[in-house]
Structure formats: C-alpha cells, structure tokens
Design a protein around this ligand. Structure first.
Ligand SMILES: [Zn+2]
Length: 198
C-alpha cells in the first residue's frame, strides 16, 4: 500500500542546461519509490511538440509526467493532481507564468508532501528566469548543479548561452520556442553578456 503522506520538505534543483537537473530529479524520485511513496510529476507545456512525457527510472518503473498549461490554470491542475500523493515533482518551473504562482503552490503542496522542483538558474542573458528567484526562496534545500563549459571544457559552468548554428551568442526573448538557435553551457569567463550589461 503506497504511502500517501510524507513529512513536508521542499528541494529545489537548479543549474544551467546540461547540468543534469532531470537526472537528479529522477534520482530523488527513485529513492521515494523504494519507500513506496506515491509520486506525481508535472511539466509545463511550452510547445505542442510533446503532449506527454515519461520518466523511466533505473529501477525500471515508469512515471508519467502530467503536462500542464503554463498559465494560471496550472495552479488548480497541479493541486488536484497532487491530492493523493506524498511526493510531487515539478520540472522546468521557470516556464510557468507568474499567474501560475508556483512559489505559493510550492508552499501549499509542501503541507504533508515532499516537493522536488527543477528550475533553470539563469536565462540566456544571465538574468533571473521568470519566477526562479522566488522558487529558490521557498526551498529547504537547494541542489546547485554545474555543467562542463562547451567552449573551454572547464568544469563549473553555471551559465546557459543561446547561440546560432555557428556558435555565435544571440539574444532575444526569454522564451523562444521553435527557433533555430541552440543552447550551450558556459563558464563565467566564456559567457558573453548582452551589450551594455555585465
Ligand atoms: Zn569556459
């Protein structure tokens, strides 16, 4: 019989792209599965390419992530979906709009649940991404991950650079879906800030 209630706790996993945030979330969820805790995972719908997502743990169990809209309706959908579980995972929390009020949702969910959230640490200009700052402020524990810098190969990259197909940094809207650009992790020395910003 799976456990419904757990002691409340908020873990936020943050870092640049390619730092292993999802793998770390899966690691946490696997530990919960061994304890037979009931889990629900939510993911923002940022485009129409993916209608669903499945997380397969090393233990071989499949976890379906519930894909939810990024607007204010997300709050109610996640609360409802988390009703009978003791552990809630939220992927890529930076993509939810301010109306979704994820920081408040985390507080509400953490009453009797463990909440594990992944969030991008900075946007492609080096600034805070959406609600990420407030989300981090709700954490009991922050796991701050880094990647390997794509440019100089040093460890400890904490920035995410948006680049064109030649690797030249490009800047624009915070969320840009369906564009041709790519992203790469970069260290502080290799990261290029937009002009006029440090
Ligand atoms: Zn570097």
């Amino acid at each position: 019989m799976p456990n419904i209630k757990t002691n409340g706790r908020v873990i936020v996993i943050t870092g640049p792209m390619f730092s292993g945030k999802t793998s770390t979330l899966i690691h946490h969820l696997e530990r919960e599965q061994y304890a037979e805790n009931k889990i629900a995972v939510f993911k923002p719908r940022i485009d129409n390419r993916y209608s669903a997502m499945e997380i397969v743990t090393h233990a071989g169990q499949k976890l379906s992530a519930i894909v939810v809209p990024t607007g204010e309706e997300a709050y109610g959908i996640i609360m409802k979906g988390a009703k009978n579980v003791g552990v809630v995972g939220i992927e890529e929390a930076q993509f939810f709009s301010k109306d979704a009020n994820i920081p408040k949702l985390i507080m509400e969910l953490s009453k009797g649940r463990r909440v594990i959230v992944t969030v991008l640490n900075k946007d492609h200009t080096g600034e805070v991404f959406g609600n990420a700052g407030e989300i981090l402020a709700k954490a009991d524990e922050i796991e701050c991950l880094t990647a390997i810098c794509r440019k100089c190969r040093s460890d400890g990259a904490s920035f995410t650079q948006r680049v064109d197909d030649k690797g030249t940094p490009i800047f624009g809207e915070q969320v840009h879906v369906g564009g041709k650009e790519d992203y790469e992790p970069r260290c502080r020395d290799c990261f290029v800030f937009p002009e006029g910003k440090l």
